[in-house]
Design a protein around this ligand. Structure first.
Ligand SMILES: [Zn+2]
Ligand SMILES: [Zn+2]
Length: 137
């Protein structure tokens, strides 16, 4: 698969990153923790290989919060509060796709996760696959 250069940054542009990956699928996590973290219907992310990813600047501005008693964590810019990329598993990272300024042209929303927890006000009327599961907040 053809790799494309993905570039992105937070709202204040202190933190910048890039990744060279062929990822095209976008996942939205509707779990209650992600909904609170984003104060919205969930977080839309793409998954990239760790070795394809580089921070370009501002790594010192990244704060990480681990939810106590949980394996959930979030990274964000300590200046502007934008969500930032973080670990998905030992080989991959997630990138919140709203940060991407370049390289998302081929990406498509493919998966809705934890839809049992989705917001009542949010219809899931697109073509993406629904993964029904419950995550305790
Ligand atoms: Zn920022
Ligand atoms: Zn989640």
């Amino acid at each position: 698969m053809v790799k494309s250069m993905i570039k992105g940054h937070c709202n204040c542009e202190s933190v910048r990153f890039q990744a060279e990956d062929s990822t095209k699928d976008v996942y939205v996590c509707h779990c209650p923790i992600c909904r609170r973290a984003t104060a919205s219907g969930g977080i839309a992310v793409a998954i990239v290989a760790r070795d394809s990813f580089q921070w370009l600047n501002g790594e010192e501005h990244i704060k990480t919060w681990h939810k106590p008693g949980h394996d959930w964590q979030t990274s964000f810019c300590r200046i502007c509060g934008s969500n930032l990329p973080g670990p998905n598993d030992s080989n991959s990272l997630y990138i919140p796709v709203g940060l991407i300024s370049e390289g998302d042209e081929q990406m498509t929303l493919r998966h809705h996760l934890y839809t049992d927890s989705k917001a009542n006000w949010e219809p899931l009327s697109d073509e993406a696959e629904i993964h029904v599961s419950v995550r305790q907040a």
